[in-house]
Design a protein around this ligand. Structure first.
Ligand SMILES: Nc1ncnc2c1ncn2[C@@H]1O[C@H](COP(=O)(O)OP(=O)(O)OP(=O)(O)O)[C@@H](O)[C@H]1O
Length: 475
């Protein structure tokens, strides 16, 4: 009896000590979060400061001009915008970017997904005499663009591995002799680095004064510090060397200041005018949920989220860590009545294309993909992007979650996080530049108890923190 009383007494004491410890741990964790945040802020400030110092040391400064002023082409540009592109007014920065290109400047554009980058080079391409060359990384992106331009009555073609001989002949004649109607020519970067024949035709086009503009789409692919480095993009610097008098525009949705510096150097455009739009996507709502260690529970939660919030077949993407996981998650979602297909790099091109097409036409609701389901997704009405596990960096997460809501309508980005997923990713990123650091940054994003999740993106991309004025629920 007495023994029991002693035990109970000690138990109470231990419990009260444990409670005290919990409070201390909580205070320490809060302090740790604040310090991490300040550390990230200071690092970002340092990088911005270094970048602007390097830029002012290495580049003859570009005179600050008012690109929103009046220009001789204003009325022609307005007419083309409205009557050819069917666009009633410019969005932020578009007019200024177009004016700087029309003035013959090199330009670097950083504009969030869906911001309207294409118009920034397509409109000058129509206005300027001659042919605009556009380098774009993916066949599917190029096909979409060429089809869109054809629908607007703009003579555009692509020269890729799929181009038939007849069209190729037509393109070469247009480049070499100025015959036929060609305003915009799309190529993949391999064409520049691997086809001597193409480069020689382009040289002739330039020599005859018919190369009017060079546009590099998805320009972050040039940089090894970016999230989607493509070796063939490294060779695009040749374009400025061969055609120094032709204005170049490089466009991307995301580039940290380090990547921006890299692009400017690799493309040889030190005097470029830079337009950076905010990374904020006000129509996207970010959430992080604690992930259960029981696989089936996670799938139940994802399935409930989809069927309760999106009962009308609204489109979405679920990103998974591995190919096997994709197949498993797709199967289990189907088992819960959600029409889901998987997509990963182990599938052949035809199978992948089939899955992509079904989803693009809203015949399936969800694609469960690995990172292989990436660039080239042009579907504007993606209402939700779920991450079954964390991405490898903030940049990758911004890019992947950013596939939601390109049409500007409210959309959700949900990430399921458990600390146990971090080591899985770390084995993948160990050999990448700053791979582990990037992974720890996103792990901190997931662990953060802050209400507004946008601040992490502002910080990561070196942008001043803004009031978000919308609730990003932090559950
Ligand atoms: N000023 C504008 N007013 C209305 N719609 C516009 C305007 N500019 C572009 N758009 C439309 O916005 C959509 C997105 O444009 P675009 O595809 O160029 O975006 P983006 O910046 O290239 O995005 P992403 O990086 O995701 O490819 C297109 O449907 C385009 O027609």
């Amino acid at each position: 009896m007495e023994d029991e009383e002693n035990i109970e007494e000690e138990l109470l004491l231990v419990e009260s000590q444990l409670n005290g410890l919990q409070d201390k741990i909580k205070t320490l964790l809060d302090q740790q979060e604040e310090l991490y945040e300040r550390q990230a802020q200071l690092k970002a400030m340092l990088e911005i400061s270094k970048t602007s110092r390097d830029a002012s040391n290495s580049a003859p400064s570009v005179a600050l001009e008012d690109w929103s002023g009046k220009f001789s082409w204003d009325s022609q540009a307005d007419d083309t915008r409205f009557n050819v592109f069917g666009i009633s007014s410019y969005r932020s920065n578009q007019r200024e970017i177009i004016n700087s290109i029309m003035s013959g400047k090199d330009v670097l554009v950083i504009m969030a997904a869906g911001g309207g980058k294409s118009l920034c080079y397509q409109l000058p391409a129509v206005l300027r005499d001659g042919i605009t060359l556009v380098v774009s990384p993916l066949l599917s992106l190029i096909q979409d663009q060429v089809m869109g331009l054809a629908a607007l009555g703009i003579p555009a073609h692509m020269l890729t591995s799929t181009t038939n001989k007849e069209i190729e002949k037509f393109i070469y004649k247009a480049l070499e002799k100025g015959e036929g109607e060609l305003k915009i020519l799309y190529v993949t970067p391999e064409k520049i680095s691997k086809s001597k024949r193409f480069m020689s035709k382009l040289e002739k086009c330039h020599h005859a004064g018919r190369l009017s503009l060079v546009a590099i789409d998805e320009a972050h692919c040039c940089s090894q510090w970016g999230h989607d480095f493509r070796p063939d993009y490294k060779n695009l610097g040749i374009l400025k060397i061969q055609f120094p008098s032709v204005p170049m525009i490089a466009l991307t949705a995301t580039a940290t200041s380090k990547v921006q510096m890299d692009l400017i150097e690799m493309l040889h455009i030190p005097r470029s005018v830079k337009f950076v739009s905010t990374v904020n996507r006000p129509n996207l709502f970010y959430r992080v949920y604690e992930k259960s260690s029981v696989g089936k529970v996670v799938i139940d939660e994802i399935a409930n989220f989809i069927s309760e919030s999106y009962p009308n077949n609204e489109s979405g993407i679920v990103y998974c860590f591995s190919r096997k996981e994709c197949e498993q998650v797709a199967k289990e979602l189907r088992g819960r009545g959600i029409s889901a297909d998987y997509y990963h790099a182990d599938m052949d091109v035809v199978a992948r294309e089939k899955v992509h097409m079904r989803w693009s036409k809203s015949k399936s609701q969800v694609i469960v993909g690995t990172v292989a389901f990436g660039m080239g997704i042009n579907k504007p009405d993606v209402r939700f992007v779920v991450h079954h596990s964390l991405s490898k960096s903030m940049e990758t997460y911004y890019q992947e979650s950013g596939r939601a809501g390109r049409d500007g309508l409210p959309s959700e980005c949900v990430l399921y996080y458990r600390p146990g997923d971090v080591p899985r990713q770390s084995s993948m990123v160990f050999y990448e530049n700053c791979g582990l650091q990037n992974l720890y940054d996103i792990a901190r994003y997931c662990q953060s108890k802050k209400n507004c999740r946008r601040g992490a993106f502002f910080q990561h991309f070196g942008e001043a923190v803004q009031e978000c004025n919308v609730s990003c629920r932090n559950v």
